[in-house]
Design a protein around this ligand. Structure first.
Ligand SMILES: NC(=O)c1ccc[n+]([C@@H]2O[C@H](COP(=O)([O-])OP(=O)(O)OC[C@H]3O[C@@H](n4cnc5c(N)ncnc54)[C@H](OP(=O)(O)O)[C@@H]3O)[C@@H](O)[C@H]2O)c1
Length: 306
């Protein structure tokens, strides 16, 4: 496993992180094995959210922490708040504080290393968010702060009011869903691919040393599901398969290697619940795709280049 210092922090994190969105319906033994496999393979970063499984993902993870008190100190735990299912978004101070307190209780820990605002709230008052961040920081409940699915200007606005650096922006990114890369490659062209849909978030994060955490790394979309072995993505699967044979890894490792090959030093969040898949994906750290292979994968997902 490769490690990196998350900029503006004293956190030394594994390049790959385990996302815990899908563990809610797993048994204690299954989650225990998954967490143990992650740690055994050098993964020290775990991503949560208050809403995953309606709180059950944090709760079952918390049970594993309770059974293994030595695990906590080996881990960087990140959680998120701000989405209220069925009602939508709430970045009020009251909601942020209440959400973090509930997460800490479920996770069986007295602090999280990083708190992210999950998805932009149109009614966000950045002064209020800053107050919540200050309180959580001074109470020792959160060490660092970040966002998810935020545009550069939304980050700038927040950063104007909070003294805590925004260190993370968690964003959807995979070979198939590569919106933040597409617009830069097609700049000033008439076709739709040139449309800048996110305010240049990729370059902004790189300029400001904000770590991008790609999410849904092997998903085409919520509707289509995983693109590995998906008939709709036969061309891409053929290229992934050839590279998998060449490097003696699986196609899922190739999908992760594509993200790691980008020089932005991104930290992909893997959502697998399978220890076998997890170990396969970790092998991505042992290979480096060539420039041409990176572009071959990009083009195989049917995206045009000028
Ligand atoms: N910030 C946000 O808005 C946001 C949104 C969504 C997710 N996230 C975070 O990102 C993490 C990852 O998201 P995700 O779960 O959608 O990502 P993912 O890693 O792209 O998808 C994981 C899913 O793909 C399946 N899969 C099928 N074949 C696979 C293979 N060969 N290798 C690996 N997985 C395979 C997995 O099944 P198995 O379990 O059987 O392997 C699992 O159901 C989440 O856990 C969460 O922490 C954040």
């Amino acid at each position: 496993m490769e490690y990196f210092q998350i900029p503006k922090t004293n956190l030394k994190a594994s390049r790959l992180a385990l996302g815990c969105m899908r563990i809610a319906d797993k048994s204690f033994q299954q989650v225990e094995e998954l967490v143990q496999t992650a740690l055994d393979n050098g993964i020290n970063f775990f991503d949560h959210a208050d809403i995953y499984g309606g709180g059950q993902s944090e709760a079952i993870f918390g049970e594993v922490l309770k059974a293994h008190p030595d695990y906590r100190q080996k881990m960087i735990i990140q959680t998120k708040c701000g989405i209220v299912p069925g009602k939508r978004y709430d970045f009020s101070k009251e909601h942020i504080l209440q959400s973090v307190n509930a997460s800490l209780q479920r996770l069986n820990t007295n602090y999280v290393d990083i708190l992210l605002l999950h998805r932009p709230d149109a009614l966000c008052d950045p002064k209020e968010v800053a107050e919540a961040f200050d309180q959580l920081y001074h109470e020792g409940k959160v060490k660092y702060f970040g966002v998810s699915n935020h545009t550069p200007l939304q980050i700038e606005l927040l950063q104007k009011y909070t003294q805590h650096p925004i260190i993370i922006n968690q964003l959807q990114l995979s070979i198939v869903h590569s919106v933040m890369i597409d617009s830069g490659l097609n700049m000033n062209m008439k076709k739709a691919w040139a449309q800048d849909k996110d305010g240049g978030v990729l370059d902004y994060c790189r300029l400001h040393d904000i770590t991008i955490q790609p999410w849904s790394v092997v998903q085409a979309s919520w509707e289509e599901g995983c693109f590995i072995d998906h008939p709709q993505y036969a061309k891409l699967n053929k290229v992934m398969d050839d590279l998998a044979h060449e490097y003696h890894v699986t196609k899922s490792a190739i999908a992760i290697a594509w993200l790691l090959r980008h020089p932005a030093c991104m930290q992909p969040i893997m959502g697998t619940t399978s220890p076998v898949h997890l170990k396969e994906m970790v092998e991505a750290c042992d290979i480096q795709l060539t420039r041409q292979q990176w572009y071959d994968l990009y083009l195989a997902s049917d995206k045009p280049l000028p």
